[in-house]
Design a protein around this ligand. Structure first.
Ligand code: DSN
Length: 409
């Protein structure tokens, strides 16, 4: 149907499928959904308006929609042992915005991790709503260890007395001590909002301590390690349920995307299986192995290694910037993203670092042997970066290699 009606878009989707199939995806925030999740995402549920919540809608005809949303809510609550869940946020940023607006006013102080140290845009960056609406202050990492410095955060929190403390990161390869954050928040009478977007799959599989018991609010996306459709959700204590729900709708969103809510429900069901736990275990094993082998080739890793699904490579000793590295690797069908490293001398556009994640390659069934191969490709491409013919040969090698691991069979 699409092919006949809109060949232009159809062909571009086909091209994107080929691109995804022929490239090694090392972007730490991406993954491939299952066919079941895809089917729900592409379903007729996109037709339905359902402003409101189950049994409290502003439209008729919500009988089945109500059941779908209720199932999604009860599954995610069970996985994370949460008191209350809202599965309507369109994204992680929307989830964060709804939480902040549910418990703080414009101009209030919020404290989050500096984006330059690994935090997320929506944790208080000046150019995002979080830095525009709120008085955002930030914490970084220790310059020597590159680890979150909890004593320093305690001092900053005491000084600024924020209304909300936000923890969680986009580029931090180590365990986050949510308990410690909860203690700091309690001491200054702040709400704690833990953004577990990157590590949600690991938390679901008990491979990372859960922020849920100790946080007032937990936000997440559904599409990273959790391997669901693109979207977000919020977990919170029962006492905040009403204000969080009001903050999402009618606060900052209108109708929920019910095809996505259904796809979230399917992904949550997948997350309850034994296979999902095995998958998450392999993601972490793969990341550790990746780190170990890169170190053997004299790549410096921020913090020295990883505890989760990602690594941050400091490229300075390799005399190449993050942006150059990203571009060279793209020429050989390896997709990564440049990333600032803590105290990056090259700024956020050029960067000195590369963020590597193992969630997507693990979905394709890749393990230690394949990682050795990928590292070989990376190292060779960087070595021959000024030799287009060599790079073209490497690209062919990468393509032949990766096509042995189909995304959709
Ligand atoms: N943009 C995502 C990431 O890559 O970490 C976070 O939203």
């Amino acid at each position: 149907m699409l092919e006949k009606f809109d060949l232009e878009i159809y062909s571009l989707i086909e091209k994107e499928l080929m691109r995804e199939s022929e490239t090694v995806n090392l972007i730490a925030s991406e993954n491939y959904v299952s066919k079941a999740v895809m089917e729900a995402t592409g379903s007729i549920l996109t037709n339905k308006y359902a402003e409101g919540y189950p049994s409290r809608r502003y439209y008729g005809g919500c009988e089945f929609i109500d059941r779908i949303e209720s199932i999604a809510i009860s599954r995610v609550k069970k996985i994370f042992n949460a008191e209350h869940a809202n599965v309507q946020p369109h994204s992680g940023s929307q989830a964060n915005m709804a939480v902040y607006l549910s418990c703080a006013k414009a101009g209030d102080t919020i404290l989050g991790m500096d984006i330059c140290a690994g935090g997320h845009l929506s944790h208080g960056t000046k150019v995002s709503f979080s830095g525009i609406i709120f008085n955002a202050v930030c914490y970084g990492v220790n310059p020597d260890t590159e680890l979150i410095d909890y004593n320093e955060i305690e001092k900053i929190a005491q000084k600024y007395k924020p209304k909300i403390i936000i923890c969680g990161a986009s580029a931090y390869p180590r365990i986050i001590d949510f308990n410690r954050f909860a203690g700091i928040a309690k001491n200054v009478n702040a709400y704690l909002c833990s953004d577990m977007a990157h590590i949600a799959g690991l938390v679901a599989a008990n491979l990372h301590p859960s922020p849920v018991p100790v946080s007032d609010f937990v936000t997440s996306t559904t599409h990273k390690t959790l391997r669901g459709p693109r979207g977000g959700f919020i977990l919170c204590k029962e006492r905040y349920a009403r204000s969080v729900d009001k903050s999402i709708f009618p606060g900052i969103q209108g109708g929920p995307l019910m095809h996505i809510v259904a796809a979230k429900a399917v992904a949550f069901k997948e997350a309850e299986t034994g296979d999902f736990r095995k998958y998450q275990t392999q993601i972490v094993k793969n990341a550790r192995f990746f780190a170990e082998k890169l170190r053997e080739l004299d790549y410096r890793l921020v913090t020295g290694g990883t505890d989760n699904h990602m690594l941050l490579v400091d490229l300075r000793n390799k005399k190449i910037t993050g942006v150059e590295c990203q571009n060279i690797l793209e020429k050989v069908n390896i997709i990564v993203n440049k990333n600032s490293i803590p105290f990056d001398p090259s700024g956020a556009t050029i960067t000195s670092g590369l963020r590597i994640g193992t969630a997507a390659i693990t979905t394709r069934g890749m393990k230690e042997n394949e990682i050795l191969k990928i590292i070989e490709f990376i190292d060779e491409a960087l070595h021959y970066k000024d030799y287009p013919e060599k790079l073209e040969n490497i690209r062919k090698g990468v393509k032949d290699f990766v096509m042995q691991f189909p995304i959709y069979t």
